[in-house]
Design a protein around this ligand. Sequence first.
Ligand code: ADP
Length: 497
Amino acid sequence: MGELLLVLDEGTTSTRAMLFEPSGKCVGTQSAELTQHYPGPGLVEHDAAEIWTRSRACAQAMVDKAGGAQAIAAIGITNQRETIVFWDKSTGEPLAPAIVWQDRRSAAMCRAWREAGEEPGVQARTGLLLDPYFSGTKIAWAMENWPQLKEAGDRLAIGTIESWLVWKLTANESQGGLHITDATNASRTLLMGLGSGGWSDGLLDMFSAPRDALPEIVDCAGRFGTTKLFGGEIPICGLAGDQQSATIGQACFAKGDTKATYGTGAFVLTNAGTAPPASKNRLLATVLWQLGGRRTYAIEGSVFVAGSLIQWLRDSVGLIQTAPETEALARSVPDNGGVYLVPALSGLGAPWWEPEARASLSGLSFSSTRAHIVRAALESMAHQSHDLKTAFAADGADWARLRVDGGMVTNDWLAQDLADMLDVPVDRPNFAETTALGAAMLAGIGCGLFSGLEAAAAMRGSGTTFEPKLGMNERQVRLDGWAHAVRNVAEGLAGPA
Ligand code: ADP
């Protein structure tokens, strides 16, 4: 058997297959777009059948590139989290659209649960909040509104994306697939007890999730099953949600190690050790990995708007033509000229959690230019990250340094600004695809290529460190300016009531 690791990285807008050598070298990649369905305001759906056929085609291309299934040691899967799929166990076909993590259809249900005082209990058990983001609320909505799910009875299967892909990879004409989910994905459903690592009866009841429809919760690495779809047997050996996978890919193995991904949104995870954390600052507690039945946990904070702000400036406002030109524009002015942009274009995420908040651009004068506004947009990444760092510190999980990845941090000015405003060194790996790398590391552990996480960390390679340089006074002026601007937004003072 060969030593190549095949990763399926199933994102929100595209699905990819990537081929890694055990050294960490990426030797192939194939991707396909996924159709986004927006059937109404706040509604976002995917077609699970399309996810499968496109993922399979990408995987086939990589198997061909490898020279056949025998060249591949194992498959690792990493995926957009919280998105939920409903399918028929007898046909292996979807019974309904997949409800995507961004979908807000369960907002009214969440409000009702919160008003009934359910949130503290749910947070204590799951580490999560009662927000439409999480799968359980989407399941509750679907069970109430899509009669075909109840009608399917015992044939109903429910799972997150990795669960769906494992089923399809392992099913054949004579029998259904393997129905499993890994503990990181399960920890995003609102159905799993964070400390127990099992489905909780009380939570299944609350969210109307039939236990028989749910997958078995497994480790992130192991020999879970094999697929015979690519001209030979390939074991499936690694599973993790995308943010956890990126945290593993960044080798955040010690308590306190932190990574931040700046893509469409920004996601920060800090390794919180082996005891389930409890945030007092509206951060999330989640499973970082489960190996050998033992869980390591993370505290997580998400910022809804990161790179999407740059896309919005380009596509909707027309202020820039390309994302990379923001770097030269930011450098072209000595400071922000008093301009602050609070990018609450779809509400404010952690630690504010103000879904109704709307963005603001403040401090404008006749001397403000396009460059100031673009600089304020980039600066808002460090400002939002600083708010998160303050919340993490209050939860006893301050960051001594930050490992960054994602499309935005190819921008050197932005990476330096993060170091300056957070006042910690910022490490950026040369190979930016940390999400896929984490899944490759897990697959390598699961198939025995690596003895454990430390051995797998060799795949990560080297990078660049940005050291903080900004003077304390300038830093404080910015922090004060932002604090004022974001408070106005959070308190609803930015626009008409
Ligand atoms: P995702 O994985 O969420 O699709 P990526 O990690 O690929 O996102 O990052 C893409 C995002 O990064 C886009 O929103 C884009 O606007 C932003 N981006 C890309 N290059 C730059 C740059 N040089 N400066 C600032 N933002 C950038």
